[in-house]
Design a protein around this ligand. Structure first.
Ligand SMILES: O=C(O)C(=O)C[C@]1(C(=O)O)C=C[C@@H](O)C=C1
Length: 366
């Protein structure tokens, strides 16, 4: 089944005047004063389209601050009235949805720890039947694109069309300077599958640290994301949750000022002509690349026949080591990252072994 989604364009439910959608606000609504003052300062920047605030916080272990719950919702009403900006809140249960809507929350988002669980997502979808509200879905904690897509299908199945994705990075167990590894490829695949689905970058949860916010936000813009959601707090170091990754509204404003916003295309004729010429050359190089791969694979196939007939194993550790080393050195001389060459060769080597296994398991021609 080819997945399909009916998605309303972003500008049909929030006015951004052609600019990326900017959502900012504290990780958690802590007090009325903290929420209203953060919202006021963010609204004063003039470039924020919506305020975010965590009301119910899914925490890894009990005992940490789990959000103010319903008590925070009247503060949201107040901050909304003062700033005129819509509010976005995370919901994880039908009860959260009921309360959020009762207090006039404008945008709902489904968190990463909820997206992982299809039972949870279906409960949320059932609670959203007949409701017309924008719903943003964060990627699941683990890098499982099908699970993310499944969540969109469930929420869309409830009749929600004002949909968007929030890319907050993944927890893979791999060592990284980031709290959650971005794995940009996952969002590229989502965009390829659903070009109409807005994607919003969440540099705060990717970074885990203030220092990395700029580079991640810029990368999201370079990949043509439709917006950003960033955690901002009037006094970040004293925040009750996610203190290390929040920044003051003023620092956030500075970050936005330095962000380069890219367009998908340019109307400049000279630019278009140059792109066209280079793309023709890339097409030709790609053709040669694929032809070369096929030629290499035919040699491997021939080799496998000899190996089969002489009962020799496919995997040759010394030869593999030598290949990896010499190809990486060559790549480096030609200005390629050795890691890139290594990754490509690992894939080629695995495919070579797969092909040889196929040949080895076939009967020799007599
Ligand atoms: O040289 C071999 O014996 C091969 O099987 C070829 C090849 C390769 O694809 O280059 C594949 C598997 C071995 O581990 C080493 C190299």
């Amino acid at each position: 089944m080819k997945p399909d989604l009916t998605v309303a364009p972003l500008n049909s439910w929030i006015e951004t005047n052609g600019k990326p959608l900017i959502i900012a606000g504290p990780c958690s609504a802590e007090t009325e004063e903290q929420l209203c003052e953060t919202a006021r300062q963010l609204a004063a920047l003039g470039s924020v389209h919506a305020i975010r605030a965590g009301v119910w916080k899914p925490r890894t272990r009990p005992g940490s601050f789990e959000g103010m719950g319903e008590a925070a919702l009247p503060w949201i009403q107040k901050a909304k009235a003062e700033t005129g900006l819509p509010f976005a809140v995370e919901v994880a249960t039908p009860q959260h949805i009921e309360l959020a809507l009762k207090y006039g929350v404008d945008i709902l988002w489904v968190g990463a720890r909820t997206t992982v669980n299809p039972f949870n997502v279906q409960e949320i979808a059932d609670a959203l039947k007949g409701v017309d509200v924008p719903v943003l879905i964060k990627n699941p904690v683990n890098p499982d694109l099908a699970l993310w897509v499944g969540a969109f299908e469930r929420i869309a199945g409830a009749g929600i069309t004002k949909l968007g994705a929030i890319h907050r990075g993944f927890s893979t167990g791999e060592a990284s300077k980031y709290r959650n590894i971005p794995m940009w490829q996952m969002a590229i695949e989502l965009r390829t599958m659903f070009p109409q689905l807005p994607i919003i970058g969440d540099p705060s949860h990717m970074a885990g640290k203030r220092a990395y916010l700029n580079e991640l936000a810029q990368m999201a813009m370079d990949l043509n994301y439709d917006g950003l959601i960033v955690e901002s707090h009037i006094d970040p170091d004293k925040a009750w949750s996610d203190a290390a990754q929040q920044l003051t509204p003023a620092a956030f404003g500075e970050m936005l000022d330095h962000l380069q916003i890219r367009q998908l295309e340019s109307p400049d004729r000279e630019f278009q002509g140059a792109m066209e010429q280079i793309r023709v050359k890339i097409d030709s190089v790609d053709r040669q690349l694929v032809e070369m791969l096929a030629a290499r694979m035919s040699l491997v196939e021939k080799m496998a026949e000899y190996k089969r007939d002489n009962n020799v194993s496919m995997f040759q550790p010394d030869r593999w080591k030598e290949i990896l080393q010499t190809r990486k050195q060559l790549g480096e001389k030609l200005n390629l990252y050795p890691e890139l060459v290594e990754e490509i060769y690992k894939i080629i080597h695995m495919e070579s072994i797969r092909k040889q296994t196929e040949v080895m398991n076939s009967a020799p021609v007599v």
